[in-house]
Design a protein around this ligand. Structure first.
Ligand code: COA
Length: 260
C-alpha cells in the first residue's frame, strides 16, 4: 500500500514502519496517525509480517510529538475527541497489537512521540535520543496515554518530575529509568533491533499474542491478570504451535512453528 507520511518495508518477516516527515521532525499530524492505523491494520492481517519495528526517518527525530499546528485553536470538546480517537486508532491499537512491536527510538521522542514509543511492547534507543513529555510547557497534559504509561515504566515520582519539568532525558538516563531496554550507536540501531526481532521470530507467534494479552491484562482496570494468564495458558495447549514446540524439544530438533 502507498502512503504519503510513512514508509513500510517487509524484510523477511520484519515489517519496518518508518514515520517519514523529517522536515517536521516526524510530528504526528492527523493523516500520519490514520496511515499508521492502516499500516498496523494491514500488518495484523498479513501472515508475512511476524514482528514490527517502528522508527522515524532522518537522523534527528523518532517523532517530535503531535503536530502542534493542527490543534492550536481547538476547543475542549475537540481536544477530548483528538485524544480519544488517537488513543483508539493508534496508541492502544499498538499496545494491544497481537504481534510484537518494537520502537527503535532514533532521536527526539517527545510528547506523542514518546507516547507512541511507550505504546510499543518495548524500546531500543540510539545514544543521541532525547525523550520527554513537554505538554505542560504548552499548557496541556499528555493526551495519548503518557500520564498512564510513563509511570508504569519509570515509576510515579520520575514520571511526575518529567511531566512537571517538561524536560528531556537522554538515552543513558532513559536506560537507567527502564524507559528503554538497550542503547546503541545510531548507525547500529536498526541492525541491533532486527537481531532482537529475529530472536523473537524463532519462538511461537501464537504464544507471543497470548503473552501480550496476559501482560497487558495487568494494566487493565477491573481485569484479573492472573486469571487471564490461566485462561491463555490453557488455550495454548490446543494450538499446533504447542504440539510442534514440545515434539521438537522431545525429539531434540529445532521447532518449526506453523503459527497456528
Ligand atoms: N508539531 C509541529 N511541528 C513541529 C513539531 C511538532 N510537535 N516539532 C517540530 N516541528 C517542526 C518545527 O515547527 C519546524 O518546522 P519549520 O521548519 O517549518 O519551522 C521543524 O519541525 C524543525 O523543528 P525545529 O524546532 O526548527 O528544530 P530544532 O532542532 O530547533 O528543535 C525540538 C527540535 C524537538 C526541540 C523542537 O522542534 C520542539 O520543541 N518541538 C516540539 C516538541 C513538543 O512540544 N512536542 C509535544 C507536542 S504535544
Amino acid at each position: 500500500m502507498e502512503f504519503e507520511n510513512i514508509v513500510t518495508e517487509n524484510n523477511e518477516g520484519i515489517l519496518h514502519i518508518i514515520i517519514n516527515r523529517p522536515k517536521k521532525l516526524n510530528a504526528l499530524n492527523r493523516d500520519t496517525i490514520q496511515e499508521l492505523h492502516e499500516a498496523f491494520t494491514d500488518a495484523r492481517e498479513d501472515e508475512e509480517v511476524k514482528v514490527v519495528i517502528l522508527t522515524g526517518s532522518g537522523e534527528k527525530a523518532f517523532v517530535a510529538g503531535a503536530d502542534i499546528s493542527e490543534f492550536a485553536d481547538f476547543s475542549a470538546e475537540e481536544g477530548r475527541e483528538l485524544a480519544a480517537k488517537g488513543q483508539a486508532n493508534l496508541f492502544d491499537f499498538v499496545a494491544n497489537f497481537p504481534k510484537p512491536v518494537i520502537a527503535a527510538v532514533n532521536g527526539f521522542a517527545l510528547g506523542g512521540g514518546l507516547e507512541l514509543a511507550m505504546a510499543a511492547h518495548f524500546r531500543v534507543a540510539s545514544d543521541n535520543a532525547k525523550m520527554g513529555l513537554p505538554e505542560t510547557s504548552l499548557g496541556l497534559i499528555p493526551g495519548y496515554g503518557g500520564t498512564q504509561r510513563l509511570p508504569q515504566l519509570v515509576g510515579k515520582g520520575r514520571a511526575m518530575e518529567m511531566i512537571m519539568t517538561a524536560g528531556m532525558i537522554d538515552a543513558k538516563q532513559a536506560l537507567q529509568y527502564n524507559l528503554v531496554n538497550h542503547v546503541c550507536e545510531p548507525d547500529e540501531l536498526i541492525e541491533f533491533t532486527e537481531k532482537i526481532a529475529q530472536k523473537i521470530m524463532r519462538n511461537s507467534l501464537v504464544a507471543m499474542s497470548a503473552a501480550i494479552r496476559a501482560v497487558n491484562a495487568n494494566y487493565e482496570d477491573g481485569v484479573n491478570g492472573f486469571e487471564v494468564e490461566i485462561s491463555e495458558f490453557g488455550s495454548s495447549f490446543a494450538t499446533e504451535d504447542f504440539k510442534e514446540g514440545t515434539s521438537a524439544f522431545l525429539n531434540k530438533r529445532k521447532a518449526d512453528f506453523p503459527g497456528k
